[in-house]
Design a protein around this ligand. Structure first.
Ligand code: SF4
Length: 291
């Protein structure tokens, strides 16, 4: 059986950067606190924990004083930096530059909307760390749209600036933008309402969809490697499955099922932007061993 690993799969540069920052700090310190999982992949988190990374919650962060804390690629809202200042916590900021830029763009949009009685709308997952950090730029006033049903939260007679969590799908975002525009046009025929949408989706994710589709159709069986907590991972898994129904989601070598490979000659292994290359290699070895 021929087992091929997708050369484009693996961590995005934001996550690679955060892990490198953590590893560098841990060379000189016995441990380092990290606010939330550094990456949505348990295997990689466990590897870093063994090196001394200590994952903490926001509640635990609030209790800390005089120490170092790593901020992961998702970024944090302004309150986190204020707490750090008050509690003499040294922030090791590994926020992804793309996320930081989006935070600044949303902050500017929020300031503009305040002068126009408008609304900031973010397409994203309620409670997701990146969305919390983005919403923090608006003092927690942004309207979070997880699906079409949430559109009723918007007042279509008032101005809107629309943004997206960086890991959402482009198609889904464009659909939401079109629906908002339609509803605004319906109720404000004679006086168009100020509406701008900003495509703030990370191309490390959206470009990967097309690459993955090309990869997944080439194989009889596809193994998609991702932790189930990764929203990017779940989107890309569905992308693979849409072009190859023989796609299976696994997060560790132990989840590989021999029955998936009966009569198969070719297997492709790919993953999310949160899937480590070493894990994809271990899963390839496991498949070669059991088939
Ligand atoms: S997916 Fe994009 S925005 Fe998110 S951490 Fe990676 S590079 Fe940054």
């Amino acid at each position: 059986m021929q087992v091929t690993i997708d050369p484009h799969s693996g961590f995005c540069f934001g996550v690679v950067h955060a892990i490198e920052v953590a590893e560098r700090e841990l060379q000189n310190n016995p441990f380092l606190y990290c606010l939330g999982d550094i990456v949505h992949n348990n295997m990689e988190v466990n590897r870093l924990k063994q090196m001394g990374l200590v994952i903490i919650t926001h509640e635990e962060f609030g209790e800390l004083h005089d120490c170092k804390v790593l901020i992961r690629a998702h970024g944090e809202p302004p309150e986190t930096y204020q707490t750090a200042l008050l509690n003499r916590i040294e922030v090791i900021d590994a926020s992804c530059p793309i996320v930081l830029n989006l935070q600044n763009v949303i902050l500017r949009g929020y300031q503009e909307m305040k002068t126009k009685n408008g609304q900031i709308v973010i397409c994203g997952k309620e409670g997701h760390a990146e969305v919390n950090a983005l919403n923090g730029q608006t003092n927690g006033t942004a309207i979070i749209i997880g699906n079409e049903g949430d559109l009723s939260k918007i007042d279509f007679s008032r101005p809107v600036r629309l943004y997206s969590q960086t890991t959402k799908s482009v198609d889904g975002f464009l659909k939401i933008a079109a629906l908002i525009k339609d509803r605004m046009d319906e109720i404000t025929l004679d006086h168009p309402v100020d509406f701008e949408w900003n495509d703030s989706i990370c191309r490390q994710v959206s470009n990967r969809s097309a690459q993955l589709k090309e990869f997944a159709v080439r194989f009889e069986v596809v193994i998609f490697v991702s932790g189930q907590k990764s929203s990017n991972g779940m989107i890309l898994y569905e992308v693979c499955k849409s072009v190859n129904p023989h796609t299976h989601l696994v997060s560790s070598p132990g989840e590989v099922n021999k029955a998936w490979f009966v009569d198969a000659e070719t297997v492709g292994i790919c993953g999310a932007t949160s899937s480590p290359a070493w894990l994809m290699e271990e899963i390839a070895q496991e498949i070669r061993k059991i088939t």
